[in-house]
Design a protein around this ligand. Structure first.
Ligand SMILES: *[C@@H]1O[C@H](CO)[C@@H](O)[C@H](O)[C@H]1NC(C)=O
Ligand SMILES: *[C@@H]1O[C@H](CO)[C@@H](O)[C@H](O)[C@H]1NC(C)=O
Length: 366
Protein backbone atom coordinates (compact mmCIF):
# COMPACT_ATOMS: atom_id res chain seq x y z
CA UNK A 1 0.00 0.00 0.00
CA UNK A 2 2.76 2.39 0.95
CA UNK A 3 4.69 1.55 -2.17
CA UNK A 4 1.59 2.18 -4.21
CA UNK A 5 1.04 5.54 -2.55
CA UNK A 6 4.66 6.52 -3.04
CA UNK A 7 4.46 5.51 -6.67
CA UNK A 8 1.27 7.51 -7.13
CA UNK A 9 2.95 10.51 -5.61
CA UNK A 10 5.97 10.15 -7.86
CA UNK A 11 3.74 9.86 -10.90
CA UNK A 12 1.73 12.87 -9.78
CA UNK A 13 4.87 14.93 -9.27
CA UNK A 14 6.22 13.81 -12.61
CA UNK A 15 3.01 14.96 -14.21
CA UNK A 16 3.06 18.26 -12.38
CA UNK A 17 6.68 18.92 -13.19
CA UNK A 18 5.84 19.51 -16.79
CA UNK A 19 2.54 21.03 -17.67
CA UNK A 20 0.26 22.61 -15.15
CA UNK A 21 3.23 23.32 -12.95
CA UNK A 22 4.30 25.95 -15.47
CA UNK A 23 0.94 27.66 -15.89
CA UNK A 24 0.39 26.01 -19.26
CA UNK A 25 -1.64 22.94 -20.12
CA UNK A 26 -3.26 21.12 -23.00
CA UNK A 27 -6.97 20.50 -22.49
CA UNK A 28 -9.74 18.72 -24.32
CA UNK A 29 -7.46 16.38 -26.21
CA UNK A 30 -5.35 13.47 -25.13
CA UNK A 31 -1.68 12.94 -24.45
CA UNK A 32 0.47 15.56 -26.09
CA UNK A 33 -2.37 17.05 -28.17
CA UNK A 34 -4.89 19.55 -26.87
CA UNK A 35 -6.25 23.07 -26.70
CA UNK A 36 -3.66 25.38 -25.17
CA UNK A 37 -4.71 26.91 -21.86
CA UNK A 38 -2.78 29.27 -19.62
CA UNK A 39 -3.21 30.42 -16.06
CA UNK A 40 -2.00 33.34 -14.04
CA UNK A 41 -2.74 33.83 -10.38
CA UNK A 42 -2.68 37.58 -10.87
CA UNK A 43 -5.76 37.85 -12.99
CA UNK A 44 -8.99 36.19 -13.98
CA UNK A 45 -9.23 34.48 -10.60
CA UNK A 46 -6.60 31.91 -11.50
CA UNK A 47 -8.77 30.23 -14.13
CA UNK A 48 -7.34 28.17 -16.93
CA UNK A 49 -7.96 30.23 -20.06
CA UNK A 50 -7.81 29.34 -23.74
CA UNK A 51 -5.63 31.36 -26.11
CA UNK A 52 -6.75 33.36 -29.14
CA UNK A 53 -5.42 31.95 -32.39
CA UNK A 54 -4.77 35.29 -34.02
CA UNK A 55 -1.81 37.48 -34.92
CA UNK A 56 -0.85 37.71 -31.28
CA UNK A 57 0.15 34.05 -31.41
CA UNK A 58 1.27 33.46 -34.95
CA UNK A 59 2.60 36.62 -36.55
CA UNK A 60 4.92 35.35 -39.28
CA UNK A 61 7.57 38.08 -39.16
CA UNK A 62 8.39 37.50 -35.57
CA UNK A 63 9.48 35.17 -32.89
CA UNK A 64 5.81 34.47 -32.21
CA UNK A 65 6.42 31.64 -34.61
CA UNK A 66 8.32 30.06 -31.74
CA UNK A 67 5.33 30.03 -29.41
CA UNK A 68 4.20 26.46 -30.17
CA UNK A 69 7.70 25.21 -29.37
CA UNK A 70 8.01 27.39 -26.26
CA UNK A 71 4.64 26.23 -24.94
CA UNK A 72 5.62 22.63 -25.57
CA UNK A 73 8.94 23.18 -23.81
CA UNK A 74 7.04 24.41 -20.78
CA UNK A 75 5.09 21.16 -21.06
CA UNK A 76 8.26 19.07 -21.15
CA UNK A 77 8.61 18.46 -24.87
CA UNK A 78 11.32 19.80 -27.16
CA UNK A 79 9.03 20.41 -30.17
CA UNK A 80 5.52 21.57 -30.91
CA UNK A 81 3.25 22.62 -33.73
CA UNK A 82 -0.24 23.94 -34.27
CA UNK A 83 -2.96 21.38 -34.73
CA UNK A 84 -6.43 22.07 -36.08
CA UNK A 85 -8.89 19.51 -34.80
CA UNK A 86 -12.31 21.15 -34.88
CA UNK A 87 -13.26 19.91 -31.43
CA UNK A 88 -10.19 21.60 -29.99
CA UNK A 89 -10.10 24.93 -31.80
CA UNK A 90 -13.87 25.58 -31.84
CA UNK A 91 -16.15 25.37 -28.85
CA UNK A 92 -19.57 26.65 -29.81
CA UNK A 93 -21.23 25.22 -26.72
CA UNK A 94 -19.28 26.58 -23.80
CA UNK A 95 -18.12 29.94 -25.09
CA UNK A 96 -19.37 31.68 -21.98
CA UNK A 97 -17.08 29.76 -19.70
CA UNK A 98 -13.90 31.72 -20.05
CA UNK A 99 -12.36 34.57 -21.89
CA UNK A 100 -9.47 33.81 -24.21
CA UNK A 101 -6.13 35.46 -23.59
CA UNK A 102 -3.27 36.46 -25.78
CA UNK A 103 0.42 36.27 -25.00
CA UNK A 104 2.05 39.66 -24.60
CA UNK A 105 5.51 38.17 -24.64
CA UNK A 106 7.54 35.24 -23.42
CA UNK A 107 11.06 35.77 -22.19
CA UNK A 108 13.69 33.13 -21.71
CA UNK A 109 14.81 33.10 -18.11
CA UNK A 110 18.37 34.30 -17.52
CA UNK A 111 20.83 31.46 -18.03
CA UNK A 112 24.58 31.01 -18.03
CA UNK A 113 24.68 31.52 -21.80
CA UNK A 114 23.27 34.99 -21.71
CA UNK A 115 20.82 37.37 -20.21
CA UNK A 116 17.09 37.56 -20.61
CA UNK A 117 15.92 37.25 -24.12
CA UNK A 118 12.55 38.64 -24.99
CA UNK A 119 10.57 36.72 -27.52
CA UNK A 120 7.74 38.36 -29.30
CA UNK A 121 7.82 41.78 -27.77
CA UNK A 122 10.58 43.81 -29.31
CA UNK A 123 10.17 45.23 -32.76
CA UNK A 124 6.54 44.37 -33.12
CA UNK A 125 4.77 47.42 -31.89
CA UNK A 126 1.45 45.68 -31.66
CA UNK A 127 1.52 45.73 -27.88
CA UNK A 128 2.82 49.24 -27.57
CA UNK A 129 -0.63 50.52 -26.74
CA UNK A 130 -3.16 52.31 -28.85
CA UNK A 131 -2.87 55.95 -29.62
CA UNK A 132 -4.91 58.33 -27.61
CA UNK A 133 -7.74 59.93 -29.51
CA UNK A 134 -8.35 62.77 -27.15
CA UNK A 135 -6.30 64.67 -24.70
CA UNK A 136 -6.34 63.52 -21.14
CA UNK A 137 -6.17 59.84 -21.93
CA UNK A 138 -6.90 58.06 -18.70
CA UNK A 139 -5.70 54.65 -19.75
CA UNK A 140 -4.01 54.25 -16.38
CA UNK A 141 -7.42 54.13 -14.75
CA UNK A 142 -8.39 51.26 -16.96
CA UNK A 143 -5.16 49.34 -17.00
CA UNK A 144 -5.34 46.17 -19.02
CA UNK A 145 -5.71 42.95 -17.13
CA UNK A 146 -2.21 41.57 -17.39
CA UNK A 147 -0.64 38.68 -15.56
CA UNK A 148 2.44 36.51 -15.63
CA UNK A 149 1.68 32.84 -15.94
CA UNK A 150 2.21 30.73 -12.86
CA UNK A 151 5.52 29.31 -13.94
CA UNK A 152 7.76 27.45 -11.56
CA UNK A 153 11.09 29.08 -10.64
CA UNK A 154 12.94 26.62 -12.86
CA UNK A 155 10.71 27.18 -15.91
CA UNK A 156 12.80 28.01 -18.98
CA UNK A 157 10.46 30.84 -19.98
CA UNK A 158 8.28 33.38 -18.31
CA UNK A 159 5.23 34.60 -20.21
CA UNK A 160 2.91 37.51 -19.74
CA UNK A 161 -0.71 37.16 -20.78
CA UNK A 162 -3.67 39.50 -20.97
CA UNK A 163 -7.24 39.33 -22.15
CA UNK A 164 -7.32 38.81 -25.88
CA UNK A 165 -9.62 40.26 -28.48
CA UNK A 166 -11.04 37.33 -30.38
CA UNK A 167 -14.15 35.26 -30.67
CA UNK A 168 -14.83 33.07 -27.64
CA UNK A 169 -16.13 30.31 -29.88
CA UNK A 170 -12.83 30.05 -31.74
CA UNK A 171 -10.57 29.51 -33.44
CA UNK A 172 -8.39 28.98 -30.39
CA UNK A 173 -4.85 27.66 -30.21
CA UNK A 174 -4.42 23.88 -30.12
CA UNK A 175 -1.00 22.27 -30.10
CA UNK A 176 0.65 18.97 -30.69
CA UNK A 177 3.81 18.56 -28.64
CA UNK A 178 6.41 16.01 -29.59
CA UNK A 179 9.82 14.57 -28.90
CA UNK A 180 10.62 14.71 -32.59
CA UNK A 181 10.49 17.63 -35.00
CA UNK A 182 7.17 17.64 -36.86
CA UNK A 183 6.43 19.59 -40.05
CA UNK A 184 3.95 22.44 -39.76
CA UNK A 185 0.39 21.65 -40.77
CA UNK A 186 -1.50 23.89 -43.18
CA UNK A 187 -3.92 26.18 -41.38
CA UNK A 188 -7.52 25.60 -42.45
CA UNK A 189 -9.60 28.65 -43.39
CA UNK A 190 -11.17 30.36 -40.38
CA UNK A 191 -14.84 29.47 -40.13
CA UNK A 192 -17.30 32.32 -40.34
CA UNK A 193 -18.81 33.03 -36.96
CA UNK A 194 -22.49 32.13 -36.89
CA UNK A 195 -25.02 34.82 -36.08
CA UNK A 196 -26.32 37.99 -37.64
CA UNK A 197 -24.10 40.19 -39.76
CA UNK A 198 -24.78 43.64 -41.10
CA UNK A 199 -23.78 45.94 -43.89
CA UNK A 200 -23.64 48.67 -41.25
CA UNK A 201 -20.40 48.56 -39.30
CA UNK A 202 -18.89 50.25 -36.28
CA UNK A 203 -18.26 53.40 -38.29
CA UNK A 204 -21.95 53.96 -38.86
CA UNK A 205 -22.91 54.67 -35.27
CA UNK A 206 -21.54 57.31 -32.95
CA UNK A 207 -22.01 58.24 -29.33
CA UNK A 208 -22.08 61.98 -28.82
CA UNK A 209 -20.98 62.85 -25.32
CA UNK A 210 -21.04 60.64 -22.32
CA UNK A 211 -18.02 59.49 -20.39
CA UNK A 212 -16.35 56.23 -21.10
CA UNK A 213 -13.46 54.50 -22.67
CA UNK A 214 -14.04 53.22 -26.11
CA UNK A 215 -12.28 51.11 -28.65
CA UNK A 216 -12.46 51.59 -32.38
CA UNK A 217 -12.81 48.46 -34.41
CA UNK A 218 -10.15 45.82 -34.23
CA UNK A 219 -7.21 48.08 -34.94
CA UNK A 220 -6.50 49.09 -31.40
CA UNK A 221 -7.16 52.78 -31.32
CA UNK A 222 -8.52 53.58 -27.95
CA UNK A 223 -9.18 56.67 -25.97
CA UNK A 224 -11.31 58.15 -23.29
CA UNK A 225 -14.28 60.16 -24.31
CA UNK A 226 -14.92 62.70 -21.66
CA UNK A 227 -16.84 65.45 -23.38
CA UNK A 228 -20.41 65.95 -22.32
CA UNK A 229 -23.57 66.04 -24.28
CA UNK A 230 -24.72 69.55 -25.22
CA UNK A 231 -25.75 71.63 -22.17
CA UNK A 232 -29.26 72.24 -23.50
CA UNK A 233 -29.80 68.47 -23.32
CA UNK A 234 -28.14 67.82 -19.98
CA UNK A 235 -27.28 70.47 -17.46
CA UNK A 236 -23.85 69.57 -16.11
CA UNK A 237 -23.27 70.78 -12.57
CA UNK A 238 -21.37 68.05 -10.76
CA UNK A 239 -18.95 65.34 -11.66
CA UNK A 240 -21.15 62.35 -12.19
CA UNK A 241 -23.81 64.35 -14.05
CA UNK A 242 -24.45 63.75 -17.73
CA UNK A 243 -22.60 60.45 -18.03
CA UNK A 244 -24.89 59.39 -20.84
CA UNK A 245 -24.56 60.54 -24.39
CA UNK A 246 -26.89 60.77 -27.33
CA UNK A 247 -26.54 58.49 -30.31
CA UNK A 248 -26.40 59.19 -34.01
CA UNK A 249 -26.64 56.56 -36.70
CA UNK A 250 -25.95 56.72 -40.40
CA UNK A 251 -29.05 56.28 -42.52
CA UNK A 252 -29.67 56.46 -46.25
CA UNK A 253 -30.09 60.08 -47.28
CA UNK A 254 -33.74 61.08 -47.39
CA UNK A 255 -35.13 61.56 -50.86
CA UNK A 256 -33.45 58.50 -52.34
CA UNK A 257 -29.95 59.91 -52.92
CA UNK A 258 -26.87 57.66 -52.96
CA UNK A 259 -25.26 58.92 -49.79
CA UNK A 260 -25.96 58.61 -46.12
CA UNK A 261 -26.61 61.19 -43.43
CA UNK A 262 -26.20 61.14 -39.68
CA UNK A 263 -29.54 60.98 -37.89
CA UNK A 264 -30.11 61.40 -34.15
CA UNK A 265 -31.50 58.19 -32.67
CA UNK A 266 -34.86 58.71 -30.99
CA UNK A 267 -35.77 57.06 -27.71
CA UNK A 268 -37.19 53.59 -28.44
CA UNK A 269 -40.90 52.83 -28.08
CA UNK A 270 -42.02 51.06 -24.89
CA UNK A 271 -41.94 47.61 -26.46
CA UNK A 272 -38.23 47.89 -27.34
CA UNK A 273 -35.88 47.60 -24.37
CA UNK A 274 -33.66 50.66 -24.02
CA UNK A 275 -31.03 48.53 -22.29
CA UNK A 276 -30.96 45.97 -25.10
CA UNK A 277 -30.79 48.80 -27.59
CA UNK A 278 -27.83 50.30 -25.70
CA UNK A 279 -26.10 46.93 -25.71
CA UNK A 280 -26.62 46.58 -29.46
CA UNK A 281 -25.44 50.15 -30.09
CA UNK A 282 -22.36 49.59 -27.92
CA UNK A 283 -21.42 46.31 -29.58
CA UNK A 284 -21.79 47.91 -32.98
CA UNK A 285 -19.75 50.94 -31.90
CA UNK A 286 -16.95 48.74 -30.55
CA UNK A 287 -17.01 46.43 -33.57
CA UNK A 288 -17.81 43.40 -31.42
CA UNK A 289 -19.95 40.34 -31.87
CA UNK A 290 -22.07 38.76 -29.14
CA UNK A 291 -19.36 36.11 -28.76
CA UNK A 292 -16.40 38.50 -28.76
CA UNK A 293 -14.10 38.08 -25.80
CA UNK A 294 -14.11 41.74 -24.81
CA UNK A 295 -15.87 43.08 -21.75
CA UNK A 296 -17.87 46.21 -22.14
CA UNK A 297 -20.48 48.05 -20.20
CA UNK A 298 -23.51 49.65 -21.75
CA UNK A 299 -26.48 51.41 -20.31
CA UNK A 300 -29.48 53.55 -21.08
CA UNK A 301 -30.93 56.41 -19.12
CA UNK A 302 -33.87 58.79 -19.10
CA UNK A 303 -34.17 60.13 -22.65
CA UNK A 304 -33.12 63.71 -23.44
CA UNK A 305 -35.88 66.17 -24.27
CA UNK A 306 -35.36 67.69 -27.69
CA UNK A 307 -35.24 71.48 -27.27
CA UNK A 308 -38.22 73.30 -28.72
CA UNK A 309 -37.91 76.54 -30.64
CA UNK A 310 -34.85 78.04 -32.32
CA UNK A 311 -31.43 77.30 -30.84
CA UNK A 312 -28.88 80.04 -31.41
CA UNK A 313 -26.23 79.33 -28.77
CA UNK A 314 -23.01 77.89 -30.15
CA UNK A 315 -22.32 74.42 -28.79
CA UNK A 316 -25.94 73.67 -28.02
CA UNK A 317 -27.87 70.86 -29.65
CA UNK A 318 -29.70 72.36 -32.59
CA UNK A 319 -32.46 70.18 -34.10
CA UNK A 320 -32.58 72.40 -37.18
CA UNK A 321 -29.16 71.07 -38.24
CA UNK A 322 -30.53 67.59 -38.88
CA UNK A 323 -32.26 66.49 -42.05
CA UNK A 324 -33.10 63.02 -40.77
CA UNK A 325 -34.19 61.45 -37.50
CA UNK A 326 -34.14 57.73 -36.76
CA UNK A 327 -37.33 56.45 -35.09
CA UNK A 328 -37.30 52.80 -34.06
CA UNK A 329 -40.56 51.11 -34.94
CA UNK A 330 -39.72 47.61 -33.71
CA UNK A 331 -37.53 44.64 -34.51
CA UNK A 332 -35.89 41.92 -32.47
CA UNK A 333 -32.63 43.19 -31.08
CA UNK A 334 -31.18 39.72 -30.54
CA UNK A 335 -31.52 38.97 -34.25
CA UNK A 336 -29.63 41.95 -35.62
CA UNK A 337 -26.03 43.16 -35.58
CA UNK A 338 -26.67 46.87 -36.17
CA UNK A 339 -29.17 49.47 -35.01
CA UNK A 340 -29.90 50.18 -38.70
CA UNK A 341 -31.21 46.63 -39.11
CA UNK A 342 -34.09 47.27 -36.72
CA UNK A 343 -37.30 48.52 -38.23
CA UNK A 344 -36.71 52.27 -38.63
CA UNK A 345 -38.81 55.18 -39.74
CA UNK A 346 -36.45 57.90 -40.90
CA UNK A 347 -38.32 61.18 -40.66
CA UNK A 348 -37.40 64.75 -41.52
CA UNK A 349 -38.96 66.17 -38.39
CA UNK A 350 -37.59 65.51 -34.88
CA UNK A 351 -38.53 62.36 -33.00
CA UNK A 352 -42.27 61.80 -32.78
CA UNK A 353 -42.33 61.88 -28.98
CA UNK A 354 -39.71 64.64 -28.73
CA UNK A 355 -37.15 62.44 -26.99
CA UNK A 356 -33.60 61.35 -27.84
CA UNK A 357 -32.11 58.03 -26.80
CA UNK A 358 -29.60 58.45 -23.93
CA UNK A 359 -26.96 55.75 -23.62
CA UNK A 360 -23.44 54.97 -22.49
CA UNK A 361 -20.86 52.53 -23.69
CA UNK A 362 -17.56 51.72 -22.09
CA UNK A 363 -14.86 49.19 -22.53
CA UNK A 364 -12.44 48.59 -19.71
CA UNK A 365 -8.94 47.39 -20.25
CA UNK A 366 -7.97 45.86 -23.49
C1 LIG B 1 -26.04 57.41 -57.70
O1 LIG B 1 -24.98 56.58 -58.15
C2 LIG B 1 -25.08 56.20 -59.48
C3 LIG B 1 -23.98 55.22 -59.82
O2 LIG B 1 -22.82 55.53 -59.10
C4 LIG B 1 -25.05 57.44 -60.38
O3 LIG B 1 -25.17 57.08 -61.73
C5 LIG B 1 -26.18 58.37 -59.98
O4 LIG B 1 -26.11 59.59 -60.71
C6 LIG B 1 -26.13 58.69 -58.49
N1 LIG B 1 -27.32 59.45 -58.12
C7 LIG B 1 -27.29 60.49 -57.30
C8 LIG B 1 -28.59 61.12 -56.99
O5 LIG B 1 -26.24 60.92 -56.81
C1 LIG C 1 -43.06 57.59 -40.14
O1 LIG C 1 -43.17 58.87 -39.55
C2 LIG C 1 -44.00 59.77 -40.25
C3 LIG C 1 -43.86 61.13 -39.60
O2 LIG C 1 -44.07 61.06 -38.21
C4 LIG C 1 -45.41 59.26 -40.24
O3 LIG C 1 -46.27 60.15 -40.96
C5 LIG C 1 -45.44 57.89 -40.87
O4 LIG C 1 -46.74 57.33 -40.77
C6 LIG C 1 -44.45 56.97 -40.20
N1 LIG C 1 -44.34 55.74 -40.92
C7 LIG C 1 -44.61 54.59 -40.36
C8 LIG C 1 -44.44 53.39 -41.22
O5 LIG C 1 -45.02 54.47 -39.20
Amino acid sequence: MRVFLALTLVLLLAQLSCGEYYGVRLAGGSGSVGRLEMRSSANFLGQWLPVCDDDSFRSTQSTRREYPRIMCQLLGYPYGRHTYLDELIYRPGDASLSRPVKINFCSAKASSEGGRHLLGRLGEGSDAGGSSLVEGDRRQLYSPIVGTIDAAPDAPYECQIQSGLCDKTGPLVALECSHTLLPELPRPPVRPVPGPTSAWGSGSVRLMGGVGQYWLGMVGIQGVMSFRVEPNLCNYKNIGDCLYGRVEIEVPAPGGGNGTVWAPLCAPPPDVSAFDLARLMCRQLLGLRPTSSVDYISGASTPFDIPQGPVTTEGHFNPAKYAAWANIMGGTISLVAAVQDLSLNVTSSPCADGKLFAAMCSRFGR
